[in-house]
Design a protein around this ligand. Sequence first.
Ligand code: GDG
Length: 460
Amino acid sequence: MSRLIVISNRVSAGGGAQGGLAVALTAALREMGGIWFGWSGEVTEEFTGHINFQRRDGVTTATVDLEQQDIEEYYNGYANRTLWPLFHYRIDLAEYERDFAGGYQRANERFADTVAPLIEPDDVVWVQDYHMFPLGAELRRRGVENRMGFFLHIPWPPRRLLVTLPEAPQLVRSLLEYDVLGFHTKEWLHSFCDYARDELGGTIDDDDVLTLDGRSVRLVAVPIGIETKDFAEIATQERALETCERVTRSAVGRALIVGVDRLDYSKGLEERFLGYERFLSEHPEERKEVVLLQIAPPSRGSVDSYQRIRSSLESLAGRINGAHAALDWVPIRYVNQGYPREMLAGVYRASRIGLVTPLRDGMNLVAKEYVAAQDPEDPGVLILSKFAGAAEQMADAILVNPHSAEEIADAIRQALRMPREERVRRWRSLMDGVTREDVFWWSQRVTDAIMSVPVRAEAA
Ligand code: GDG
């Protein structure tokens, strides 16, 4: 029986506060047995490769500490200041530094050195996300012949943008060492194919198998989901209902519009505020009927562009509130902190509109959580960006162009006026999708795809 080796930048801390991805990977690891390997989040004076093993929730985790220079160049540098902006189409923010690229490669070699001895012959290796593109190739170099898959949680950028990355050809070639490459959507998969075909001369057959330099890799589009059943249940339990009531009371009869996003420029928060401002200016009669509650826990505070977005949002919220507030009403409640999942579920349930308008997003799980938390008898309306991966599955949301303040304003008005019957019909169809294609469905489909690849040693 094959064990599963999950490799990702960070390993879940376990416990009850985990997000959907951690829950799904933990479930897959529990079922197959195996190890979850990654960076501990800690810094060490000198890299030793010492592994800290722990057993949590029936899963073995194995973590290593990194040197400060690795953290600066690999994590804060190449991952967060080069790849993240570029893969979210923001070449204006991407920094192309050889030191970052070098540190990224070095950290991946260190991960490979450390994890390779833990991998047994029958194990299936599943690497997660953009921090670890070259890890598969580094493992192959160390003689690992196991079945290996990679899943990308963010978009794959269009070819015309990717060519700005000096290391793109090597990075993409290194991906050929995996057996399976997973993306959330067909769109990201096709962008990958465009690059591999038009820049590198690869060929792609009807089954989405890419062949390049004599190597073949299977491409799959499998959208990640949430732990829908649990989340819907949480939303009806005491802590969530308490929060729901508290937030509803604080809105004193007004319709709540909710946004929940890590404070990140990809999430379109400034554009969202401007769209809401447009709604307030265009519909003065409806102004005092709504409140926007934006929850935005800070992330990656050490990277400059994140500090910039934080101060820009603060001044935007201040300006909008200054221009529109009344004695008994503030249009935007902007909360710069995180809340436990149970409370988030309650906030979603209390909100008449879920406003999810990223400029680019690999998938976007908030959209799915919002749907799962609704009261089936009186559900709210999801307004969703066309440019989130989730839009491919969620056609019954009101889909908007997040760059257009007018479209956001129109969508808010449409949602506020939507009759209950239509809200129920749209929600039912969204909820069916979110239930069918949940996070367990996702991890099963991806692991099945990796397991169906013949083992190299046998194939040879
Ligand atoms: C990446 C991709 C892709 C947010 N605030 C709080 C909180 N959250 C939770 C949400 C949700 C998660 O964080 C955010 O997930 P998203 O999918 O929206 O976005 P990213 O963090 O950018 O994730 C994304 C995802 O990977 C998975 O593949 O969908 O496209 O960018 O679960 O609820 N959770 C708690 N308190 C908060 O205040 N507890």
